[in-house]
Design a protein around this ligand. Sequence first.
Ligand code: ADP
Ligand code: ASP
Ligand code: MG
Length: 407
Amino acid sequence: MARIVQKFGGTSVADLNRIRNAAERVKRAVDAGDQVAVVVSAMAGETNRLVDLVRQASPLHDAREYDAVVASGEQVTSGLMAIVLQTMGIQARSFQGWQMPLKTDNAHSRARILEIDTTLMRQRMDEGVVAVCAGFQGVSNVGRITTLGRGGSDTSAVALAAALEADRCDIFTDVDGVYTCDPRIVTKARKLDRITYEEMLEMASLGAKVLQTRSVELAMNHRVRVQVLSSFEDKPGTLVVDEDEIMEHEVVSGIAYNRDEAKITLRRVADRPGVAAAIFGPLADAGINVDMIVQNVSADGETTDMTFTVGKADLDRVNALLKDKQATIGFGEVICDSGVVKVSIIGVGMRSHAGVAQKMFSTLAERGINIQVISTSEIKVSILIAEDYAELALRALHTAYGLDAIG
Ligand code: ADP
Ligand code: ASP
Ligand code: MG
C-alpha cells in the first residue's frame, strides 16, 4: 500500500464531467489499495472571475476579504469531488484549509505555509476515507482565510505530501508532462521524462507556470517525489528528481519566458556611492521585488543610466515612488516599458560548458532581435527583449540548442 497525493488543476475539474474523470483516477488508486489525499483547484476560469469581482467591488480592497472571496472556488470543487467519489461508492470528505488546518503566515494573497496538522486527516485516511482538500487556501494565526498566490494548489499538494510523508505527489494537469518549452507556444517542444529539482525550480521561477515555484522549492527541500502528468491521457508524465538520477545532462534542458515583467530606466542618475541603495531601498520597503538590474559605467564621470525590471502589476506604484524621491535620489527622468518579455535558457549542464550564452546571443542576432538586458546565474541565462519577438526568439533558441522533437 502506498500513500499518495493526487492534485487536479483547474482544467481537470472544469465541469462535472471532468470532475468525474478525475474521480475515476482517484478510484483506481483506491481500488489498488492506496491511501489517497486529493487536492483540487477551482474550476478553470473561476479564480479569475472571483479576482475580477473583487477588483470591480473596489480597486483598493482589503486583502483579507480578497482571500475570503478567491478561496471560495476551491471550496466548491472539493465538495463536488467528495460527492462524486461518494456516488462511486468511495468514502470521501472535503477538508477546507481551516479544517485541516493548513496554517500560514498572514501575508494575504501570497501566504506561506507554516505547518499542516494532518492528525485528523490521517485518522480518516486510516479508516479508508479519501481526504479531498481545497488547494490554494489556508488559515492565518488569527483565524482568517489566506491564499497562497496564483497557481498555489501545486504548493498545497506538495506541502501535504511532505506532511503526510506520502510516497508520491501526482500533479494532474492539461499537458502530459514538463516540456522543453511551453508546448502551446513551441509546437516542437519535447516532453522530458525526468527533470532535476534545480532545473524545475529555475523553469518555474522564470515563468513556466506548469508548477508554482514554491511547490518545487518545497519538493526539493523535503525530497517529495513529484510527477507531472495528464488527467486526460493514460501515460507516464515527467518525474522531478535529484541530479544523480539523470545520467546524461543536456547543456540546455529547457527554455522559459515571462511576460509579467516591465522595464524601468532611470536616466542621468548621479554616479556616486549610495545611489543604488537610495533607489532600491524605498522599493524594498514597499515590498516590491526587483529582478534584473544593469548599471552602465558613467561616460562623463557624473551621471549614468540604471535599468531594472519589476512585476508589471507593480509598475504604477514604482513609477510614483521614484518620482516622489526624484530630488533625493537625483536623476533626470524615468522611462517605463511594459512591452518586454524575459526569455531564459536553463540547464545544469551549463556549469561545465563554455559558449552557451554566446549561442543565445548569436541566434538572436541572426534574427535581428535586440537584447535589452542580460542576467546570468550558474544554470541559467536570461535576456530581456521586445515582447513582439517572444515567439520568434523561443522557437529559434529551441532549435539552436537541439531541443526540437524529432519527426
Ligand atoms: P493547472 O490548471 O492544471 O494547474 P496550469 O495552467 O497552471 O495548469 O499549468 C499547465 C500549463 O503550463 C500548460 O497548459 C502549459 O501551457 C503551461 N506550460 C508553460 N511552460 C510549460 C512547460 N515547460 N511544460 C509544460 N507546460 C508548460
Ligand atoms: N485556483 C488558483 C488559481 O487559479 C490556484 C490554482 O489553480 O492552483 O491561481
Ligand atoms: Mg497551475
